[in-house]
Ligand binder design. Structure first.
Ligand code: IPD
Length: 301
């Protein structure tokens, strides 16, 4: 059966906007938020309600597709090879409960376990990122209308697609990392060492990255790299619902996703580790430099 990806993407956009309305109407509080694994892994009634509504609306359009969602996931379940909507109802729950607007609804579609379409929508800023395989990636926003990604240098002011700068060296990069909700053990130690390696002044006067950012939404982080607002995003411990939609948006914008661990140029959606890099010549050299800052092997996934 052939699937009309343009039509599916349109439906995903409609559902994402509906979810955005629900998110804007909610009145969360840090005090009332529930926890899952520990005090850094939050969930709210809105996460659950949005996931339920999104699931129902997606199913109205595509009743035969499968569904994977953060709040209804059963640990150990593998992603199906059939067409599957992969949803994070609120990516950036911690921001959400604190009234910080760096929040998104993320709706991806995978076929044969590969990301093929995605929508990431921040209802607070009105930024809607979307992409489908072989159709390019776009940002629709109140300030720029609908523009193709990447936007290139000067993008925040002018909008529109322009030639992107090459990636020349890690010490020219703006890098996104996340702390994640695992705060002990091997992976946490590797993250802390990498953060230090990326930012600490070098005894020989060597260079550091331009900056390290932790915005708190993995999906929006991938979109930021797709747009060219940051050069790299590195995370381990994220899930398919954090990644699927942003993955398509980034790769359709000419960016790449490789393993967060050094040495592997291919990584799967279910592996829970990613190093995302924006479009631009020279990207491989910068990835290798980044990998040089990762001491040890991340085990997430
Ligand atoms: C989390 C955010 C966070 C990332 C975590 C995710 P949630 O998603 O994307 O930035 O570091 O890996 O789990 O819990 O807000 O949906």
């Amino acid at each position: 059966v052939s699937i009309d990806l343009d039509a599916v993407l349109q439906h995903m956009v409609t559902v994402a906007k509906l979810a955005g309305t629900m998110i804007l109407a909610a009145r969360p509080s840090a005090e009332a938020a529930g926890t899952k694994k520990n005090s850094t892994d939050l969930v709210t009634e809105t996460d659950r309600a949005v996931e339920k509504e999104v699931f129902e609306k997606l199913r109205e359009g595509y009743p035969s597709f499968e569904f994977m969602g953060e709040e209804t996931y059963t640990p150990g379940t593998r992603l199906s090879a059939s067409p599957t909507f992969i949803v994070d109802p609120i990516d950036g729950t911690t921001n959400f409960v604190h009234g910080n607007p760096y929040v998104s609804i993320s709706i991806g579609l995978s076929i044969a376990r590969e990301p093929v379409a995605g929508v990431v929508y921040n209802p607070f800023t009105g930024h809607l990122f979307s992409a489908a395989r072989n159709r390019g990636a776009h940002l629709t926003s109140p300030t720029h209308g609908r523009v193709p990604l990447p936007m290139g240098p000067g993008l925040a002011r002018t909008g529109g697609s322009v030639d992107v700068d090459p990636l020349t060296a890690l010490d020219k990069c703006l890098v996104i990392v996340e702390w994640g909700s695992e705060r002990t053990g091997n992976d946490y130690d590797i993250k802390l060492r990498a953060f230090r390696n990326l930012t600490a002044a070098k005894a020989d006067g060597g260079a550091m990255v331009h900056g390290l950012r932790s915005f708190g939404s993995a999906a929006l982080n991938l979109c930021a790299v797709a747009a060219g607002w940051a050069d790299l995003s590195w995370e381990s411990g994220c899930w398919a619902w954090d990644l699927c939609a942003g993955w398509v948006i980034l790769t359709e914008a000419g960016g790449r996703i490789v393993d967060a661990n050094p040495g592997r140029w291919e990584v799967g959606l279910e592996e829970r580790r990613c190093l995302a890099v924006r479009a631009g010549d020279g990207w491989k050299g910068v990835v290798e430099e980044f990998w040089g800052c990762v001491e040890g092997r991340l085990q997430a996934g």
